[in-house]
Ligand binder design. Structure first.
Ligand code: EZ4
Ligand code: CO
Length: 403
């Protein structure tokens, strides 16, 4: 029997915070997993250190399914972002170990290539329509075939998704939450004009995406979907909060703009009704968010029954370990749609050496055994944890709203 001899959480902040799990075995092979929960990192650190690592020691790392079930059923308290990230960190480290044991890149172990490369979308963010249009142009020059566009909006203080003039937008920007002010009316008037301009300037071929980031009510989302139809979005994301999934039925009845949801979902139970009622087109649940490769594979297979495709979350708070694993997953998964790709900073890339590469608007999986991402612990130690939280949003009268 092979044994797990040690497991450690490595917390570091090379530009932003990451929670990384390293599992070592008696055969000298180790695996790396990601458990980062943006703005709430220490909850996963403590969940792993106090409750998970002690039960891993001595277990056979090849029994991925049993360990997954042990952590899921065994906790008694199921689901939730903290639990499912802790499980994901373990699961991804174990798949890394198993693929290294098999001497295969992870996509081969999952069933082999379904495609040569993984279509990604980048983030074009500008302060106004012209700036955003220029940014879309810059992404086209970098080779991107799909671009998400977010813009500053007159009358909205701190619109979602607008960077601060660099290539590395990161919303968790302060130790106490930044306060932004939301204005639905301004946003609904503005957004169709943005996409009209983007189609006029950039033509029909480029895929355009947009993230509403949970800001609208169902009927407002329906109206935006209708008004965006002439510009043929690849998708409209998180149009309204998805706790009440019936809300999407209303949106769906009104618009053919494709809908994407799920970056904050944790399990197949969050996805099930949206998928089986054909209320969405892309499921955004990701490896770190939903219990790792073992569980995301179940979600993807379930989604395939209704022709729902994957569109995994890939913001910078998903570490290179998650991105690398996602590229393997995406290379295999039959019903792949698109992968979000926000570049990490050079500091992050140095701390997490990896073998995935970007070219021609796509990410390409490496051929190294495992998921192809490591952590340089000596370098990581030079970037200590730095508490940061996500912003909050209020309406103009001061009421709390959805950030
Ligand atoms: O705001 O990951 O589609 N991407 C997103 C992200 C989220 C962040 C929150 O940590 O909505 O940018
Ligand atoms: Co989003």
């Amino acid at each position: 029997m092979m044994k797990i001899t040690s497991a450690r959480v490595i917390l570091c902040s090379p530009g932003r915070n990451f929670v990384t799990l390293k599992i070592e075995t008696d055969e000298g092979i180790y695996g790396i997993g990601d458990g980062t929960l943006n703005g709430r990192e220490m909850s996963v650190v403590s969940y792993l250190s106090e409750h998970v690592i002690p039960v891993l020691i001595g277990r056979d790392p090849r029994r991925i399914e049993d360990i997954w079930q042990y952590l899921y059923r065994g906790a008694y308290w199921r689901r939730g972002p903290v639990t499912m990230r802790a499980i994901a960190a373990v699961d991804v480290a174990l798949w890394d170990i198993k693929a290294k044991l098999a001497n295969m890149p992870l996509f081969d172990l999952l069933g082999g290539r379904s495609r040569d490369k993984v279509l990604v979308y980048g983030h074009a963010n500008g302060t106004d329509i012209e700036h955003t249009s220029d940014e879309v142009g810059r992404y086209k020059e970098m080779g991107y075939k799909a671009v998400r566009a977010q813009s500053g909006i007159p009358g909205v203080k701190g619109a979602y998704g607008v960077g601060r003039g660099d290539m590395y937008y990161e919303p968790a920007d302060a130790s106490l939450p930044t306060e932004t002010v939301w204005n639905t009316g301004s946003y609904l008037n503005f957004t169709p004009k943005l996409f009209q301009r983007l189609r006029d300037v950039h033509g029909d071929e480029i895929h355009l995406l947009h993230d509403v980031h949970h800001r609208l009510t169902p009927i407002e989302a329906a109206r935006l979907g209708c008004n965006l139809e002439p510009y043929r979005l690849f998708w409209m994301e998180d149009a309204t909060p998805a706790e009440n999934q019936e809300a999407f039925r209303l949106i769906r009845q009104h618009t053919t703009t494709p809908l994407a949801v799920g970056e904050i979902f944790n399990t197949i139970w969050d996805c099930k009704d949206l998928i089986s009622n054909q209320l969405i087109d892309y499921i955004r649940t990701t490896i770190v968010g939903a219990g790792g490769v073992t569980h995301l594979r179940r979600i993807a297979d379930f989604a395939a029954l209704w022709q729902v495709r994957t569109g995994s979350h890939g913001a910078t708070d998903l570490s290179p370990v998650t991105l690398g694993t996602a590229v393997h997953f995406d290379t295999w998964v039959p019903n792949f749609g698109i992968q979000e790709y926000m570049r990490h900073t050079p500091e992050t890339d140095d701390v997490f050496p990896h073998d995935y590469t970007f070219r021609d608007g796509c990410l390409h999986a490496g051929e190294k055994p495992g998921h192809g991402v490591d952590i340089d612990e000596r370098l990581a130690a030079r970037y200590p944890y730095s508490p940061k939280q996500l912003p909050i949003a209020r309406l103009q009268d001061g009421s709390m709203w959805n950030w």
